[in-house]
Design a protein around this ligand. Sequence first.
Ligand code: ADP
Length: 240
Amino acid sequence: MIKAISLHKKFRNLLAVNNISFTIELGTVVGFLGPNGAGKSTTMRILAGFYQADSGKASICGYDVFKNRFDAQAFLGYLPEAPGGFQVLTVREFLVYCGESRGVWGHQLEVAINRVTELIDLGLALDKKIATLSKGWRQRAWLAQAILHDPPALILDEPTDGLDPNQKEHIRTLIRSICPKKAIILSTHILEEAEEICDRAIIINKGKIVADDTPRNLGDANGRIAQSFRSLTNEEADRD
Ligand code: ADP
């Protein structure tokens, strides 16, 4: 379970995260939607233990992210936005490094790497250096590290960013297939993606949640949520 209670985070004078609260149960995929700069990545970084909130509480599977960060992170897979680094490693070396950092070793790690390689169709990239990969392959390598230890909670910041249409569809199918056992929050700019794979959509604007409902309830007669999204997040949308 992923829980946020009244999170606040300021950068100088900018209230980037303003009273964000939600609970995501196991077996649920939540789309975290909002315009650029709305506060999605900041909220996700707080939940993943990478930023300290100014106030509020967050927990992963019952572990307080601020008081027991390492316990909380053990139950979490996190795909950061536009991930980089580890350029000199091959994908396999990267996954070994990530697995060992999480306490997965030897045969168990080998089995885990084989599992994610198959799930994400990563075989062709496994022995290539990360520096030589296209954005789509790199994104898949980072997604692989997020699910390597089979965590019950996943925070995925734009998981399909940089992927071609076939790869996007593959990852959406993967997310749906692993969701019965997991609590998943993913940010995306692709509203159709939220309509297709999310049980629930949380729309955030200027740091505040402006909607938290099913895509069906947020959708128009054709099930499209674009109109709701636009009216809730345009410049005229209310701000306290
Ligand atoms: P989103 O992910 O929805 O695009 P972000 O959470 O990245 O939004 O950013 C929310 C706001 O906080 C933006 O105005 C952004 O410029 C600002 N911001 C994010 N990270 C920092 C930071 N490290 N320092 C200062 N401002 C930041």
